[in-house]
Design a protein around this ligand. Structure first.
Ligand code: GCB
Length: 745
């Protein structure tokens, strides 16, 4: 009898702190409190219950429950008997419930997202939404079936190997019970009977099929997928079938020329994605996954870093179908836990077993910014084990790591995985945009034979905040756009970069944050948390990466403008833009990507930008108005601080010869009293940024110097730690009492 798979998302009961409600899966209990910050979301135990009727079973059929994602730990009970446990909120797992089934049954899943010291992630810049937030299935399989107990995999591994115009595709199946024969077929190509051997009570089937003139999976241009089916025969009957898709492609990372797909240069134009969205958390529908994919494709990206954990199978499927190259990773992140090793190994085994057949995936990443508190021998060993595991489980892909910018490039950890990637936030948290350029120039010069990529970079922008003079740390849409303009120019000048990944495609919840008047979120997204608005920076990527012609006027949300002559900026992938003001021709400009026009304004103006190519005509229009005073909604709380500095009656005047909030960190630290004041203040404040991510940070010397040169007020602002105006004034008063010392940097 063939396998029966039934989705059981409906008719669940949910109990939180004694209160019971009816719900359907996908579900999270942190959809609201996980997104409003700071830090106040419910992390604890909740229970899901569902009535289960025993299906009709014959001849030793087995019943499994499959959970596609339960965050973070789960205990599965049927009729009060514990049948399985799972630690880790992002991989699928199954539980065999056959033996305890009665006619009527009570299924109970106890879910726990409370902090602990052994299940990753525990400390990271995103919300750990609790719940059964992906689909649940009941699977009824014949006594003989493809393995359902192998780290959530489907018991069918497909490994294509390309040889010139042809390919040989190898198949491996894992099954339990009796297998008389196993036949694998590839739709439109042919079939083969696998050679079977029994190892440890399980049957392993092996075989291959040759593909003449292989149709390659060729990225976004031609993401061709083959379909394969494995059929298990027992008693002369087909008793179980699994199907999957695969793609035939070759890739490599080159130190000088970057990423290659199927033998040609194919720079990875990437974005990172967190799965959650506004009001929904991680409990997504298929439509939501599809919308994310459409937004990413529309921008012209060809690669996604699926951060910082295993994503939904449906999304990897979409990546296969659309030709997106994927970086996959486990949530071994921020801080190494000595008691978490087993969990990292398990999560890596699940990630690889469950996703092995996806053509889109090219690497398995061991960890992200794991060295925040430094490198210990236990951390090194954990990484060596994971790195070996990746190689043992998959000979066709590479291991990877996303390094914290503080990790010295000569650390043995950097050279451990097969490929290198750094997360850099110069131009946002520390340093200037140009420091990114310098970092890669230095790296490339020092390690000319090592391929290097940029695994994260970005700047926060709250969509309402606008500025004619964008500055690092101001949270404006305007600065974010300028920052990304720079980054794209710098990539173009460094073709050796194998890939770059914007942090982040979408805004996401980070319960530990409290910034720019919108707590609980990370605002680095190019698209808002609700997916409804594309920030200007989205279009600079589109201008560089997309071939679909468009014209975009920046600053459409910057309506009220105080300057007499305002800059009208246009992003486009066309090479000539004509600007019209109030219906009349204003100017025409030839160029690439960014077009700037200086337009005098008085009163209200209608602005239109037009570009074209052949029969195609693209345009965008907006309204701007001359304002006599700044519109306060463009600055929010940040500007209060700034305006307050500007107001003469309350200005934080520097007292000659004494410290102030405008003194650099080095100046303050070089005095005993200043250092003490700072230490006390930092102790109180670090918990506010990114969920206390700054605690215990090991900062290398070069970085300390860079930080030390920054004025305190700026540093606090950039770190999202700026105090209320009164507190800042108080701090300034205290610093004004301390005499400056001589500083040597
Ligand atoms: C990082 C982390 C990421 C954060 C990001 C940020 O380096 O890998 O999880 O969200 O920085 O925005 O600070």
């Amino acid at each position: 009898m063939a396998r029966i798979v039934e989705k059981i998302n409906e008719q669940w009961e949910f109990e939180k702190q004694g209160k019971i409600t009816s719900i359907s899966i996908p579900h999270t209990w942190n959809a609201e409190d996980g997104q409003t910050g700071p830090d106040m979301y419910f992390r604890g135990v909740c229970i899901y219950r569902r009535h289960l009727k025993k299906p009709k079973l014959a001849g030793g059929q087995q019943v499994y429950l499959e959970f596609r994602g339960v965050n973070s730990s789960a205990v599965v009970r049927v009729n009060g008997k514990e049948l399985g446990r799972h630690d880790g909120g992002y991989a699928a797992f199954r539980v065999n419930v056959t033996d305890v089934l009665e006619e009527e049954n009570m299924l109970e899943v106890v879910v726990d997202n409370a902090p602990n010291t052994s299940v990753y992630p525990q400390r990271a810049d995103f919300t750990f939404y609790g719940g059964i937030y992906r689909d649940v299935y009941m699977i009824i399989a014949d006594a003989s079936h493809f393995d359902l107990d192998d780290y959530g995999g489907n018991g069918f591994r497909i490994t294509p190997g390309i040889n010139g115009e042809n390919a040989v595709v190898s198949f491996e199946t894992y099954s339990v019970g009796t297998a008389e024969k196993i036949i694998v077929s590839v739709a439109g190509v042919g079939e083969t009977e696998l050679a079977l051997e029994t190892v440890g009570g399980k049957t392993i089937g092996k075989g291959s099929i040759a593909l003449q003139n292989v149709h390659k999976w060729d990225g976004v241009e031609d993401p061709y997928l083959y379909e394969a089916a494995a059929v298990l025969y027992c008693g002369g009957e087909a008793v179980d079938t699994v199907t999957d898709r695969f793609g035939c492609r070759e890739f490599r990372f080159d130190a000088e020329e970057g990423f290659f797909l199927n033998g040609r240069r194919y720079p990875l134009h990437g974005v990172s994605r967190h799965q959650d969205r506004l009001g929904v958390g991680n409990a997504l529908t298929q439509d939501m996954h599809e919308e994310d994919m459409e937004l990413i494709l529309d921008m012209g990206a060809n690669s996604i870093r699926l951060a910082h954990y295993q994503h939904d199978q449906y999304f990897y499927d979409l990546c296969d179908e659309k030709g997106i190259v994927v970086w996959a990773e486990i949530p071994y992140i921020t801080v190494h836990m000595e008691s978490g090793r087993e969990n990292t190994i398990r999560q890596m085994k699940e990630l690889i077993t469950q996703n092995y057949n996806h053509a889109s995936i090219v690497c398995w990443a061991l960890s992200n910014e794991i060295t925040l508190q430094g490198v210990t021998e236990d951390l090194m060993e954990n990484h060596r084990i994971l790195n070996d595991l990746v190689h043992e489980m998959d000979r066709t892909r590479v291991s990877a790591m996303a390094n914290l910018f503080l990790l010295e490039t000569d650390s043995p950890l950097v050279s451990l995985p097969d490929i290198r990637g750094y997360n850099l936030y110069y131009g946002w948290y520390v340093g200037e945009m140009e420091d990114n350029d310098a970092f890669f120039d230095d790296f490339h010069q020092k390690y000319p034979d090592t391929a290097i990529g940029l695994t994260e970079y970005g700047a926060d922008a709250v969509i309402t905040l606008q500025s004619p003079k964008p500055e690092k740390g101001d949270y404006t849409e305007s600065y974010q756009a300028v920052y990304h303009e720079h980054m794209l120019e710098m990539f173009a000048a460094r073709p050796y970069l194998w890939g770059t990944y914007v942090w982040n495609m979408f805004e996401f919840a980070a319960a530990g944050r409290d910034e720019a008047g919108d707590p609980g979120k990370n605002h680095k997204g190019l698209v808002t948390f609700d997916r409804k608005q594309k920030k200007d920076a989205y279009y600079i990527y589109k201008a560089w990466w997309s071939r679909e012609y468009f014209v975009h006027l920046c600053g459409s949300r910057y309506h009220d403008r105080v300057e007499d002559t305002t800059e009208i900026k246009v992003y486009s992938n066309l090479d000539k833009i004509t600007l019209y003001v109030d219906g009349s021709f204003f100017a025409e400009q030839e160029g690439a990507h960014v077009f700037r026009f200086q337009v005098p304004i008085e009163g209200v103006h209608r602005i239109k930008a037009v570009g074209g190519c052949g029969d195609i005509r693209c345009e965008d229009s907006m309204e701007v108005a001359k304002a006599s005073v700044p519109n306060p909604s463009y600055f929010m709380s940040l500007d209060k601080v700034r305006n307050w500095f500007d107001a003469p009656e309350e200005r934080n005047e520097d007292r000659e010869g004494y410290l102030s909030v405008n003194s650099t960190l080095a100046e303050i630290q070089s005095t005993e009293q200043g250092a003490a004041l700072l230490a006390g203040m930092m102790g109180r404040m670090t918990g506010k940024t990114a969920g206390g991510m700054g605690e215990g940070v090991a900062i290398p010397e070069a970085m300390q110097k860079m930080v030390a040169r920054q004025p305190l007020k700026k540093l606090l602002q950039q770190a999202g730690m700026e105090p209320e105006p009164e507190k800042l004034q108080e701090l300034n008063r205290a610093l004004n009492q301390i005499r400056k010392a001589e500083v040597q940097l």
